[in-house]
Write a protein that binds this ligand. Structure first.
Ligand SMILES: [Zn+2]
Length: 92
């Protein structure tokens, strides 16, 4: 059986919190998931940012499944994957 295909997304928060500035997630319906992240009703890390009033940008998405999401999370190299961080690095 194939794992259900959905969208893997990378959130870039407006400012870092305890060295965390990114969140990698997976959703079948990304727009609905982003809304719940903004309301702070989604996963724990985005909820903490929402409580502190720190906004985010959806930096990029990939088509994939939960296995792929796990693989990207485990890489722990979100800044390298993040077009916003790469852009900032280039301009300094
Ligand atoms: Zn970033």
């Amino acid at each position: 059986m194939m794992a259900p295909q959905g969208t893997i997304y990378l959130l870039h928060f407006d400012r870092p919190l305890a060295h965390a500035q990114h969140y990698v997630g997976f959703a079948m319906n990304v727009e609905a998931r982003i809304k719940s992240h903004r309301k702070g009703t989604g996963a724990r890390l985005p909820a903490v940012f929402a409580e502190l009033g720190i906004g985010f940008t959806m930096a990029r998405t990939w088509p994939g499944d939960r296995t792929e999401e796990r693989r990207i999370k485990n890489m722990r190299s979100s800044p390298k994957l993040c077009p916003i961080c790469r852009q900032n690095k280039r301009s300094h």
